[in-house]
Design a protein. Structure first.
Ligand code: IPE
Ligand code: IPE
Ligand code: MG
Ligand code: MG
Ligand code: MG
Length: 335
């Protein structure tokens, strides 16, 4: 993409003006920044374009692996993790082309966790993002391989970035840690081990921090790590980002637990009531619905407080909280 096709804004934000349907001028606020909703739409579009470009391989006619990988990544999803990466990248002045690929890698990894989470041996779900789950559509063996390959392609994308080796290693390490036994994989193991048990709330929160929070934390950190090393000079920045993402990630899973208990299929794009049916201890089953409804906005407020010291450059991260609050208000109205 050449400079004629792009508009540059503060903090390295760049948007493909043609992708906004000629809305360039109206889409900006007085400061020249893209208005939040337009920025989010544009970010989601950019990550989807990156996913389509990075997953463009063809199947050989006998297999459907690539088609299934595209099915798992390119059909919906709120793109929360990608947008968090872009928001942190805006704060760090990360170049847009790098952020596109990094956020696509994060969405590949997220999709991997979803495809595996839905498998018969895990949550045994038939619906995801309003469509049949990957194992329902393509078969269980292909779904397992889709997860494997998406994980590999995520790391391949990071390793192939047009960036110094130190940055690429930091990004690969960050994503690997997020889905390791200390992260999502460990949290998912805990989730399965707790079926049918009544456990303390602390245990549930620890599980949520691992199974969901770890990848959310990595998404935020990776946006910054593209451009800013985590060294002593930037300890305060990473501390603020960690507090923000810890609260955001936990809120995301608390809301997911609430919606599983309260929302309908059309809203969820998933089968509702699965957690109770599978005897999963969740924030709702342990805290009660009302307390969980109160907990989520409290967490989002704490996330907002965490980034106050970062000032106006954290504006996109603040807007992600507004988006999460709006989602909460819309779908969890009695909070
Ligand atoms: C669903 O995450 C699984 C959880 C970890 C809670 P999202 O609610 O972000 O799923 P998509 O990407 O929007 O489908
Ligand atoms: C999933 O949690 C967490 C992952 C790491 C994928 P859930 O099992 O509650 O997510 P949904 O409700 O199926 O999206
Ligand atoms: Mg699960
Ligand atoms: Mg599930
Ligand atoms: Mg759930």
């Amino acid at each position: 993409m050449n400079n004629m096709q792009t508009g540059c804004t503060l903090h390295g934000e760049r948007t493909n003006v043609s992708a906004l349907g000629g809305l360039g001028a109206q889409a900006r606020g007085a400061s020249g920044w893209l208005l939040p909703e337009i920025w989010m739409q544009d970010g989601a579009k950019r990550v989807e374009q990156a996913l389509a470009r990075l997953l463009c391989g063809q199947d050989d006619g006998a297999t459907e692996l690539m088609a299934a990988m595209r099915y798992a990544t390119l059909h919906g999803g709120k793109r929360t993790r990608a947008l968090l990466c872009l928001a942190a990248g805006a704060l760090a002045d990360t170049p847009a082309h790098m952020l596109d690929d990094v956020s696509a890698a994060i969405e590949m990894m997220h999709a991997c966790t979803l495809v595996h989470d839905d498998l018969p041996a895990m949550d045994d779900d038939v619906l995801r993002r309003g469509l049949p789950t990957v194992h329902v559509k393509f078969g269980e063996a292909t779904a397992i391989l889709v997860g494997d390959a998406l994980q590999a392609h995520a790391f391949l994308t990071l390793a192939s970035l047009d960036a110094p080796g130190d940055n690429r290693i930091a990004l690969v390490r960050e994503l690997a840690q997020a889905v390791s036994a200390e992260g999502a994989a460990g949290g998912q193991a805990m989730d399965l081990s707790l079926v049918g048990k009544h456990v303390e709330l602390d245990r549930i929160l620890a599980m949520h921090r691992m199974k969901t929070g770890a990848l959310v934390r990595a998404s935020v950190r990776m946006g910054a790590l593209c451009a800013i090393a985590e060294d002593a000079a930037h300890a305060a920045l990473y501390c603020a980002l960690d507090r923000y993402s810890a609260c955001f990630g936990l809120a995301l899973q608390v809301v997911d637990d609430i919606l599983d208990a309260t929302a309908d299929t059309a809203t969820l794009g998933k089968t509702p009531g699965k957690d109770a049916a599978a005897q999963k201890p969740t924030c709702v089953s342990i805290m009660g619905l009302q307390a969980a409804r109160q907990f989520a906005p409290d967490l989002l407020r704490d996330a907002g407080e965490a980034i106050v010291p970062l000032g106006p450059r954290a504006e996109r991260l603040a807007q992600m909280l507004q988006r999460a609050n709006a989602y909460l208000f819309k779908h969890v109205p009695c909070a």
